[in-house]
Design a protein around this ligand. Structure first.
Ligand code: ADP
Ligand code: MG
Ligand code: MG
Length: 270
């Protein structure tokens, strides 16, 4: 395969809003990596490059077993690219194909993700685009949060978000994101964790309409159907945990992803 940033490009792993991700090999280290590149011509705007830098700087702060590690930022044909830890097990989106999971597996996965986000928040990084296609799985199934391209660096430096931009994917967007300008903090990630838990428990996110616009309207104004109505027999405790993440008002959600993780652990041990 062709060489990019010192890596041999092997195959396409995925495409997102900004570019393409390849499986690649670093010959010197004899290891596989994921190579994330901006597609030239598709969106090589300074805005995309700025987001790319944000992504690099955000993940560079983070070293956690459940967060995809960034190895290096490189350049190819004048465009930035990221060398990332390779997650061989695909994405959570692929595992969430409309089929509800075993309750324990759902709660355990949610706890792991909550701990990882709590770690990121403690280091000043809010993800803001948490969703199943951005949760990768290692070869052994370990979940790894990826794609910090919309992350906000809370301490030091300007936020790159221009107010009014609708970023992220509607079904996983917190109401304060869906409504445009508004304070988006760590509890927006708590909301997204609630959507992911809901989807693991019921097979579908709480809000998913015909159009993005309709979905956003529901996210802002419609109360979710209790997960227990879609999954009879579901523990009331777990239902309560899930709905607390999905509160419309950020102040009514868990104050931190850590508190969510603690409640999930209590449920699992209870
Ligand atoms: P975008 O910002 O364009 O959404 P992502 O970082 O989410 O890009 O990557 C797009 C897709 O590429 C992911 O959904 C996943 O399928 C794949 N991918 C990304 N990073 C990795 C990785 N480190 N290991 C394996 N696959 C990856
Ligand atoms: Mg993505
Ligand atoms: Mg992205």
């Amino acid at each position: 395969g062709r060489m990019v940033a010192g890596c041999e490009v092997l195959e396409v792993l995925g495409r997102g809003g900004m570019g393409v991700v390849y499986r690649a090999r670093q010959p010197g280290l004899n290891r596989e990596v994921a190579l994330k590149m901006i597609l030239a011509g598709a969106d090589g705007s300074p805005w995309a490059s700025a987001r790319f830098r944000t992504e690099a700087e955000a993940v560079a702060r983070l070293q956690h077993p459940n967060i995809v590690q960034v190895f290096q930022v490189a350049e190819h044909d004048g465009l930035p690219c990221l060398l990332l830890e390779y997650a061989a097990g695909g994405t959570l989106a692929q595992k969430l194909d409309g089929i509800p999971w075993a309750v324990r597996r759902a709660a355990e996965t949610a706890e792991v993700l909550a701990r990882a986000m709590d770690y990121a928040h403690a280091r000043g990084v809010v993800h803001r685009d948490l969703k199943p296609s951005n949760v990768l799985l290692a070869a052994d199934g370990t979940p790894k949060v990826a794609d910090f391209g919309l992350a906000k660096l809370v301490q030091g430096g300007e936020s790159l978000t221009r107010t009014g931009d609708v970023l992220g994917t509607a079904s996983y967007m917190a109401p304060e994101q869906a409504g445009g300008p508004g304070k988006v903090g760590p509890t927006a990630d708590v909301y997204a964790l609630g959507v992911i838990l809901y989807e693991m428990l019921t097979g579908r996110p709480p809000f998913r309409a015909e159009s993005t616009h309709q979905t956003l309207r529901q996210v802002i104004a419609v109360e979710p159907v209790s997960p227990g109505r879609l999954r009879p027999g579901l523990s009331r405790d777990l239902e309560t945990i899930c709905l607390k993440c999905l509160e419309k008002r950020p102040a009514k959600r868990y104050a931190s992803a850590g508190h969510l993780g603690d409640d999930l652990r209590r449920f699992l041990d209870g």
